[in-house]
Design a protein around this ligand. Structure first.
Ligand code: PAZ
Length: 361
């Protein structure tokens, strides 16, 4: 059997997208995106599709368990704020419940929004009431006002469209649909692919329908979801584990690399495509980022290491200087009162005439 990763990109696309039903929310997302894009085409505004957060790989069609990755969506949410500040309209394609632009400053376990609030003393007009209004603590007022104003501006002016996904298949469907819808934008479209997309998945045809059982069921019940009872959990060349062995062997296929299709087919002519490359081994990072740039012929690969990604990235470009490191100085790393690190936000990626990103510092 030919793996999707070994097929020509167009053939892999057709096989992959025919195997899955489109996500239920896709028609609604397309309608929202179409209206959003039309508005900004009319205003000749640049639109960036920012992808953000991790994708899941379900182990069962009726999913109880799935494989996930570490990404919280910090890079995507932070970068979206910088793009908005630069006048872009942002389609924020993000993993459901991951960090969002602006609210990221006050959400998730390190920053419970309740820690920013206080109950004011009852007012002099109604001294008998034993409760005063809830308000933001004085030390957080300035920063929260600033965030609130930017958030309101983006919302009221239709600059930010939030579209969630969960699985890797949903992500692929949404990415393809959004890229095609962005065609009327031409060179005013930018793709900024910061999501951590799984490299491996279980094809729908080999996926268990029901929750995988850890023990055998009585003979009169369907045993097809028991460990070791299905071909899907054993590799073609692997020995099927004896049924008494309570092991789950997961056999994953490579996810087809659709960046090729994005650059050569889905995205508008003249648009700019920026992808990210994450590694943990420093000796591989630049090599892998450069290889990706050569393979997909897009404009920029931003490389980062898991351990230092919040402070440094490397820009790999087709034109000189080919490799440029950008670092957030130590003093700026935790400047925010709310404790949200000042990530490398990559605000400076400009379009039009100059495709070379500008220095951040
Ligand atoms: O979400 P986060 O801020 O914790 O991490 C961001 C990131 C490391 C996922 C992103 O910068 C990135 O490298 N995305 C691409 C990962 C990859 O597919 O190689």
């Amino acid at each position: 059997m030919t793996l999707l990763g070994d097929m020509e990109p167009a053939e892999a696309e057709s096989v992959y997208f025919n195997e899955y039903p489109p996500p239920k929310s896709l028609p609604k997302h397309e309608a929202l995106a179409r209206a959003f894009i039309d508005l900004h085409v009319e205003d000749k505004r640049r639109v960036v599709l920012v992808t953000s957060g991790g994708t899941t790989v379900p182990l069962e069609a009726q999913t109880v368990r799935f494989i996930d990755n570490f990404s919280a969506g910090t890079r995507g949410a932070t970068s979206a704020e910088y793009f908005l500040q630069q006048g872009y309209a942002v389609i924020f394609l993000h993993r459901q419940y991951s960090l969002l632009p602006y609210s990221r400053h006050y959400s998730h376990s390190t920053n419970c929004f309740l820690d920013f609030m206080d109950e004011a003393s009852p007012s002099a007009d109604s001294p008998n009431q034993n409760h005063g209004p809830i308000q933001v603590r004085s030390e957080y007022q300035d920063e929260m006002r600033d965030v609130l104003r930017k958030y309101r501006y983006a919302k009221q002016n239709n600059r930010l469209l939030l579209l969630p996904f969960t699985t890797v298949a949903e992500y692929m469907f949404e990415l393809r649909a959004m890229a095609k819808l962005m065609r009327p934008l031409g060179p005013n479209a930018l793709f900024y692919l910061a999501a951590a997309v799984s490299d491996f998945f279980i094809p729908r045809s080999r996926m268990a329908e029901h929750k995988i059982q850890s023990s055998e069921l009585p003979a009169n019940l369907d045993n097809s979801s028991a460990i070791g009872s299905q071909e899907i959990y054993t590799g073609e060349n692997e020995v099927q584990p004896p049924k008494s062995q309570k092991k789950l062997v997961v056999n994953l296929d490579p996810v087809p690399k659709f960046l090729h299709r994005l650059v050569d087919g889905w995205a508008p002519d003249g648009s700019m495509v920026v992808s990210f490359k994450l590694e943990t081994d420093p000796s591989l990072l630049v090599y892998k980022a450069r290889t990706a740039l050569q393979r997909y012929s897009h404009h920029l690969v931003i490389g980062n290491l898991l351990s230092t990604r919040k402070w440094e990235v490397v820009f790999i470009t087709p034109d000189p200087p080919h490799e440029r490191w950008i670092r957030v100085p130590k003093a700026r790393r935790s400047k925010s009162i709310s404790g949200v690190e000042d990530q490398v936000g990559l605000a400076e990626i400009q379009k039009g005439g100059q495709q070379q990103p500008q220095p951040q510092e």
